[in-house]
Design a protein around this ligand. Sequence first.
Ligand code: PGA
Length: 255
Amino acid sequence: MSGRRPLISGNWKMNLTHLDAINLVQKLSYSLADATRRVDVSVHPPFTALRSVQTILDVDDVPIALGAQNVHWQAGGAYTGEISPAMLAKLNVRYVIVGHSERRQLFGETDEDVNKKVKAVLAAGMVPILCVGETLGEREEGRTAEKVLGQLRAGLSGLDSAAIAGMVVAYEPIWAIGTGRTATPDDAQAVCAAVRRAIAADAGEAAAASVRIQYGGSVKAGNIAELMSGSDIDGALVGGASLDPEEFTAIVSYR
Ligand code: PGA
């Protein structure tokens, strides 16, 4: 046992109106009541549903943490269409996904942007979930470690060990996201172990022992238990399957 509490996060992406989101979180508040005693759970609705979901979680004291999918690093000002860390923190957002591969690939986020976002999330008292992962081409060329550890080091640049210790890193091979293809448990464990070793080398053993590392990419009820058996895998970032309350409940109840 690592002593790290598992964290399973549902990334709802650009799905669900605030009314659909209320419906889903109400179902989860009942179905996850038992499993959340053993596993930390976060849900990451679109910005338009954060306030509605927050109200339900807070009023009923539901042990599901609120998460966001993105943030801007600036505190405020003339940045049309963006959301600041303080706006999220005020909604009791605890976890913020940063550098998801869809943000990097579709919206041009750079490692430098990601690093600024990580720092801004931490400065606002929230926990970044820093996403890293390789493309299929990079994997086939044997460049998985180079890509993943490069993104990791860039994302964590300038942070002290204590900050890194409290963070979450999500290893998400891009070829496994939304494709139904999952990394084998051995491959997922190997990359997560490499992430932890890199953190140990750069930030020390204590930070490496406490940082939580999630696997993401086509996680389902049918593969979660095997993935979670990897000693360096502390949880999962779940996309598509997190929109289905029965499936997500089965994932969170994997043990
Ligand atoms: P998926 O998405 O579970 O639908 O593959 C994972 C993610 O993008 O975080």
